[in-house]
Design a protein around this ligand. Structure first.
Ligand SMILES: O=c1ccn([C@@H]2O[C@H](COP(=O)(O)O)[C@@H](O)[C@H]2O)c(=O)[nH]1
Length: 296
């Protein structure tokens, strides 16, 4: 088992582009050791696995890294209860994804270790817990979560201005206590699985998110136009991404990667379109190519 993960890390890291700020320096003495796994994950103390400076001649064709302009717009959804599986997917798809998402399932299974392990690999971590409770409870939870090293954290905008403000303040306080940069608070406006909300709901929640001090919005691609008008400076994060003609599962308001980027998405949240594909690397490469063409 140790060899399997080490090979995956080595393959992923061999493909790192020069001066990639997301990839930590490699210490040749470091190896990934599954026997060191904690909370089911792979322990990587301060860097990533040792690797040869050149790939062996008989190694299979390696994927090319997507350019930063594409990779930084692609967030891989790690919806699993298995930390080893999550890390394996993240590392295999590292050439295409600069951000990985820890949602309710993985966080419930592993807790904060999921964030620590994935940031150690050099990913930006999107912690998607959609906090939604009374303001005091959200503020206190956010204070804990703010110190964990995530780059983004979600609050449910349905909770209102006071709740989101408590979340934003809690994140800032927790980050300051831990000597970290605060995660950007993202307000989930209307879920992409929901196509029943009345027209005024998403714009109203965007205004609430702005008033509360959130830094970004999670929204369907079809709501991007309103976001540009009402909250032009907020980061726009779009889930429900599917390539044309593919299964949309429970996403009632899905969009293609190209359409979402052309409509102004900053970050695409990509799950089953890749993780349930017969060939996840080929699916990721195809989506990265579509994003690249949409940006051109
Ligand atoms: O409105 C929302 C907010 C969050 N999500 C999350 O994104 C992923 C989507 O996964 P897919 O497999 O690409 O459908 C999932 O973790 C959701 O919890 C969302 O879909 N819509």
């Amino acid at each position: 088992m140790r060899g399997a993960i080490t090979t995956e890390v080595t393959q992923a890291m061999n493909e790192q582009p020069p001066n990639n700020p997301l990839v930590p320096d490699v210490d040749e003495d470091l190896v990934v050791d599954l026997t060191d796994a904690h909370q089911g994950g792979v322990s990587v103390p301060t860097g990533v696995a040792a690797q040869p400076s050149t790939a062996p001649e008989d190694s299979p064709q390696e994927p090319h890294w997507a350019p930063p302009s594409v990779r930084n717009r692609m967030c891989l959804v790690l919806d699993t209860d298995d930390m080893v599986q999550a890390e394996r997917s993240a590392l295999a798809l590292m050439p295409y994804f600069g951000v990985v998402k820890v949602g309710l399932e993985l966080f419930s299974a592993t807790g904060p270790n999921a964030i620590a392990n994935l940031t150690d690999f050099g990913f930006d971590v999107f912690c998607d817990l959609k906090l939604h409770d009374i303001p005091t409870t959200v503020g206190r939870a956010a204070r804990v979560l703010g110190g964990l090293g995530a780059t983004f954290l979600t609050l449910h905008a349905h909770g209102g201005v006071d709740m989101m403000r408590a979340g934003v303040e809690g994140l800032a306080e927790g980050a300051a206590n831990a000597g970290q940069t605060a995660p950007k608070a993202l307000a989930v406006t209307v879920l992409t699985s929901d196509d029943t909300a009345l027209d005024h709901v998403a714009p109203e929640r965007m205004r609430w998110a702005m008033e509360a001090g959130c830094g970004g919005l999670v929204l369907a691609a079809s709501d991007l136009h309103d976001a540009f008008t009402l909250a032009p400076r907020m980061t726009r994060v779009v889930p429900g991404i599917r390539q044309a003609g593919t299964e949309t599962h429970d996403q009632a308001r899905a969009a293609t990667p190209g359409d979402a980027i052309r409509a102004g998405a900053d970050l695409l949240v990509i799950g089953r379109a890749v993780t349930h594909a017969d060939d996840p690397e080929a699916a990721a490469a195809s989506i990265a190519d579509e994003v690249s063409r949409a940006l051109a």
